[in-house]
Design a protein around this ligand. Structure first.
Ligand SMILES: Nc1ncnc2c1ncn2[C@@H]1O[C@H](COP(=O)(O)OP(=O)(O)OP(=O)(O)O)[C@@H](O)[C@H]1O
Length: 857
């Protein structure tokens, strides 16, 4: 491949000096006729001297000897000039290097003569070289311009319109709209050269009958690529140009005798050559300084050849005539400067246009991928589909989980109701289609949850383990529970209602009122803490009137009673301990009614049942004839062992065993207990004892079942004296506990049901967008800020979505029915839900349309 041994890799700049040769033509006929003689002699291949003896003896400002890369005398041939060095430069184009060969010299010095030969030799060699290359494919493009009077003209075009010079991105000057012809063969070349010669401005001067009046540049662009990659778009190619430049000759107007047009031409020629000389001089002296390439069209076009990416050879032609000595010396001075100029040629590897497009496309694809990685999929529809698919999977998992939770909740509720003896067939959820027909649904429809506040149970403790004695009507499960009046909605926003991630218990508390049982454990714990510490018995102290002088009660017997009758082990211990401490350290006197009131009206229990009413309905204490108390060992102690005294309405109980007295104030009882009537209403003391034991067991059992705190048990214990007068308090306690157990059972059942429904309805509502929900609620007149409305909504949705597997379909159907879905959109598009077919959707729709009325109030 290598033509001249200039094998280089792309990008490796090869810096080298311009190859400068000097050629002296022979004397022409006119010069011979004038007896002129040649004083220039090439004394070697590199040195030329001025051999005029007279001149050698003169003190001249010009040197007499000049050395260049090659010098040629008058007898040299153009072939020799070409072969010795110019050829290497010119043919480097075949290796991908830009190259330039141009002739510089005064008019009629032989520039055209020399360059014509060099151009043809070089192109001939190029053809010859290409013909020998089997492994590469070549393409030659031929173009030609002339610079005439500072105008660029296309020599291959009949249009004489000057062409513009443009700067490409790599700061190279290109000729705009220049004709480029694919060179086919030698004959084609000759034709083109002939065209150029015919087009070029040539004029007759006194010095040259065929004087070139313009600078001519013939450009050959050679592109080559390996044959194995021929036709492959991605193959890279070598592309370089070789310029053959025949400059116009400098001339002296006095010598050329030019006038008018020729004088003008000469002026342009000289100016452009002067600029060329300045550029060469500066490049040789100050290559890094400012180089005035743009001062002329010639230097602009030759910029790359003179100081850029090219290999350059200059042939300086001399006229041997003595008459042209000054111009010859100027030419030699130009040559001297030129040989110091360095260029830096590098292989030009360019992409084919198709390869370039393909490379750009690949780069675009890469950038798009990077963009996707940064901003996610650009295809919105694909992203939405993927998101919806994920939502479907998540929803299906939620449905499964919800189904499991519902089944668990239902089984627990069934268990409770079964234990309570409730007819489960009468419950509303047992028949999802009984909205209109079933009595339970009728209750639901008519129920007003705000208006059925039968009891304030917010402070009632509950641990639902009891079974109710009578079947509870289904509606009662709902109606007996009402929202505490002081309950505030934390956030009435319906989205919050639907999407908050609160737990079921928090959810119920927030939207259906606080769980009346939730504070109970705290209260119970609080009670334990209070009874565990004497210092914390403030409430007891409030109930005790201190009277250190008298009214000391011997509580030894009572302790035994607590242990045996009313306390569990913990209660026995803690209560006794507290009571002992109270008795020992403070010697309190107990105010019976105050203590009872504290228990009834205090923070432990607050029953809507009036104690006075209960007492009024109870058996009169005066009817109780006798009573007894049973100690922990089962022995009985007669009430007669105590002496009861009445003073100003106070009852003092004396215990023989302790010689202490207990002062009991009875304020709320309808009547005071008369001494001597203790056994009234009882056949015998034994009857009282049996009754007392029976009631004691009931109370103890209810205390445990209702998880009554120890504080209350302690207070109640302190009320009990062991005589028939206790029956009033025992009766009250039993009624209160029974009511409590029943109420809490109802509350628990209602809450369990409501929770289940609320959670399911919330699940259903989540199928809709916020806008859809708001439109739906607005259409149905549902105000979520109303607790009642919200509850009704949950009941409605519950009824419509009894089967959890239908929740999803219900969401779609409901949306369709309220006209929220655009007719041409499938539910899947709107909700991302899995509905197998459109037919399935339509069948579901028609099925639900039949129950359209059910969806409206
Ligand atoms: N080396 C040479 N041997 C024989 N004849 C030559 C040689 N060089 C030039 N000539 C002849 O000299 C004449 C002028 O040459 P040429 O036209 O090439 O000069 P030029 O430098 O191109 O002049 P111009 O600048 O005016 O165009 C021509 O007739 C040409 O044939």
């Amino acid at each position: 491949m290598s033509i001249s041994g200039d094998e280089m890799k792309p990008g490796d700049g090869q810096e080298e000096k311009i190859f400068v040769t000097v050629r002296v033509r022979p004397l022409n006929a006119k010069e011979i006729a004038k007896n002129d003689s040649s004083y220039w002699e090439c004394v070697s291949n590199h040195t030329i001297i001025y051999k005029n003896v007279k001149a050698l003896t003169e003190r001249s400002m010009y040197p007499n000897a000049y050395t260049f890369d090659r010098v040629y005398g008058h007898d040299s041939t153009t072939r020799e000039v070409y072969e010795d060095g110019v050829k290497r430069i010119a043919l480097s184009v075949l290796n991908g290097f830009n190259s330039s060969v141009f002739a510089y010299g005064q008019t009629s010095s032989g520039k055209t003569y020399t360059m014509t030969g060099i151009t043809q030799y070089a192109i001939s060699d190029i053809f010859d070289h290409i013909s020998k290359q089997d492994d590469r494919e070549f393409m030659l493009k031929f173009s030609a311009i002339e610079i005439y009077n500072e105008c660029v003209r296309d020599l291959l075009s009949a249009d004489a319109t000057p062409l513009r010079l443009l700067d490409d991105p790599e700061a190279r000057t290109v000729v705009d709209k220049l004709t480029e012809i694919n060179l086919e063969d030698w004959t084609h070349l000759m034709e083109l050269l002939a065209v150029c010669e015919a087009q070029r401005k040539i004029g007759e001067t006194s010095m040259n009958e065929m004087s070139s009046r313009s600078h001519q540049i013939i450009r050959l662009t050679i592109e080559s690529s390996p044959s194995e990659f021929s036709g492959i778009d991605s193959a890279s190619i070598l592309a370089a140009t070789v310029n053959f430049i025949d400059l116009a000759g400098s001339e002296r107007a006095s010598q050329s005798l030019s006038m008018g047009k020729r004088m003008k031409e000469g002026g342009h020629i000289n100016r452009s050559l002067l600029t060329l000389g300045t550029v060469i001089r500066k490049l040789s002296k100050e290559p890094n300084g400012h180089i005035p390439y743009r001062d002329s069209k010639l230097t602009r076009i030759l910029q790359n050849s003179l100081g850029g990416n090219a290999k350059t050879a200059i042939v300086c032609t001399l006229s041997p005539a003595h008459a042209h000595l000054e111009q010859s010396r100027n030419t030699l001075l130009f040559a001297v400067c030129a040989k110091e100029v360095r260029t830096s040629a590098q292989i030009n590897v360019v992409m084919s246009e198709k390869a370039l497009v393909k490379q750009l496309q690949q780069e675009m694809a890469r950038l798009e991928n990077e963009l996707k990685n940064i901003s996610g999929p650009t295809n919105d529809s694909e992203a939405i589909i993927k998101e919806k698919e994920l939502q479907i999977l998540k929803m299906e998992q939620e449905i499964k989980e919800l189904t499991r939770e519902r089944d668990l909740a239902r089984s627990r509720l069934d268990e409770i109701l079964r234990a309570a003896g409730v007819d489960q067939n009468s419950l509303p959820w047992t028949d999802s289609c009984s909205w209109d027909g079933g009595s339970s649904s009728g209750h639901l429809r008519d129920s007003s949850f705000d208006g059925h506040s039968t009891s304030n149970t917010s402070d009632v403790a509950v641990n639902v383990k009891v079974k109710v004695n009578a079947p509870l009507p289904p509606i009662a499960l709902v109606n007996t529970y009402s929202f505490p009046k002081n309950h505030k909605l934390h956030n009435p926003n319906e989205d919050h209602y639907v999407f908050d991630n609160i737990t079921p218990r928090e959810f119920m508390n927030q939207y259906f009122g606080p769980d009346p049982t939730q504070e109970w454990d705290k209260t119970s714990q609080k009670a334990r803490e209070r009874t565990d510490s004497i210092d914390s018995c403030n409430e007891v102290e409030e109930c005790i009137e201190k009277d250190e002088a008298d009214d000391i009660v011997d509580d030894t017997h009572d302790e035994n009673q607590i242990e045996g009758d009313f306390g569990n082990s913990h209660a026995e211990q803690s209560t006794r301990s507290a009571h002992e401490d109270v008795m020992e350290t403070k010697a309190p006197s107990l105010t019976r009614s105050t203590s009872c009131s504290a228990v009834i009206e205090g923070d432990v229990l607050s029953s809507p049942v009036s104690e006075k009413n209960v007492v009024a309905e109870s058996k009169s204490e005066s009817d109780i004839k006798s009573l007894c108390r049973q100690d922990s060992q089962g022995s009985t102690t007669s009430v007669n062992e105590k002496e009861m005294q009445h003073t100003d309405g106070d009852i003092f109980i004396s215990s023989p065993s302790s010689n202490t007295q207990e002062k009991v104030m009875v304020k709320d009882t309808p009547e005071t207990i008369e001494s001597g009537d203790e056994m009234e209403g009882f056949d015998s003391e034994k009857d009282w004892c049996l009754l007392f034991e029976e009631q004691r067991k009931k109370i103890t059992k209810l205390w445990n079942e209702c998880n009554i705190p120890l504080l209350h048990r302690t207070y109640f214990f302190l009320l009990i004296k062991g005589d028939p007068s206790d029956s009033v308090y025992i009766e009250v306690e039993l009624r209160r506990l029974s009511f409590l157990r029943k109420t809490l059972d109802q509350v628990a059942s209602a809450r369990a049901l409501n929770l289940e429904r609320a959670m399911l309805s919330r699940k259903l509502l989540k199928k809709f967008t916020s806008t859809e929900r708001q439109a739906m609620f607005a259409k149905w007149g549902i105000d979520l800020e109303s607790r009642n409305r919200r509850f009704q909504l949950s009941q409605l949705l519950w009824t419509k979505t009894d089967d959890i597997e239908h929740v999803r379909d219900s969401a779609e159907i409901v949306a369709k029915l309220v006209g929220l879905i655009e007719p041409d959109k499938t539910p899947k598009e709107l909700f991302g839900l899995t509905v197998a077919t459109k037919q399935e959707s339509q069948s579901l729709l028609s099925a639900w349309k039949n129950n359209l009325s059910l969806l409206r109030y």
